[in-house]
Design a protein around this ligand. Structure first.
Ligand code: PRP
Ligand code: URA
Length: 208
């Protein structure tokens, strides 16, 4: 079974609290999601492989490191878009591959509407970015899309998860490690996370 890493970093906890607040406007919400993404990027990439390199300082040669692996950032449209900038700032050589999914209102199952992945995988590690892990349908489907593409190493990075979503993702993809800012209590009758933060897409894009 995959490990679930839940950050207890004070900065993340404070920023997620502000994201939850219904009074937080879209502009501030977008700033917060970017900042939380930067902090989660730090935690979720702690085991990336390095290769040794040498650089020349103004004084001498110094041994140093470069990232060994090619990283693919995979935001799930729409809400995952807000996490890209923060991750990309921390790892500017990463490739970004978008997957578009929305939840069918009746079945709550994800419907794919965008996927332009090339025929063969071009990256070594895929980081799925999606702030909300509710039923787990979207995360599970995205991991499957990436595996069908040929991805070997996949991590899921979210902000708030429900226990139901974590279970579903772990059962379907026990090899996908999960990084989160918070685990909430439960899903309501419309499969929204409670207390959660509402609709993460609407709150970023002002469409609620
Ligand atoms: C949200 C969220 C996830 C999904 C999580 O997207 O960004 O992708 O719901 O729910 P699940 O775990 O039950 O699948 P949504 O379908 O609302 O689309 P949007 O981002 O375009 O608003
Ligand atoms: N998607 C969201 O944006 N929020 C939820 O609580 C559940 C799914």
């Amino acid at each position: 079974m995959s490990t679930v890493h839940v950050s207890n970093h004070p900065l993340i906890r404070h920023k997620v609290t502000m994201m939850r607040d219904a009074k937080t406007e879209p502009k501030k919400f977008r700033e917060l999601i970017r900042e939380v993404a930067i902090l989660l990027a730090y935690e979720a990439t702690a085991d990336l492989e390095l290769k040794e390199i040498t650089v020349t300082t103004p004084l001498a040669q110094a041994k140093g490191y470069d990232l060994q692996e090619i990283i693919g950032l995979v935001p799930v449209l729409r809400a995952g878009l807000g996490m890209v900038e923060g991750f990309w700032e921390m790892m500017p050589s990463a490739e970004v591959w978008h997957i578009g999914l929305y939840r069918d209102h009746k079945t709550l199952e994800p419907i794919q509407y965008y996927n332009r992945l090339p025929v063969a995988p071009t990256v070594d590690v895929c980081l799925i970015l999606d702030p909300m892990l509710a039923t787990g349908g979207s995360a599970t489907a995205t991991a499957q899309i990436l595996k069908d593409w040929g991805a070997k190493h996949i991590k899921y990075i979210g902000i708030i998860a429900a226990p139901e979503g974590i279970r579903r993702l772990q059962e379907a993809h026990p090899d996908v490690e999960i990084y989160l800012a918070a685990i909430d209590e439960h899903l309501n009758e419309n499969a929204y996370i409670v207390p959660g933060l509402g609709d993460a897409g609407d709150r970023q894009f002002g469409t609620g």
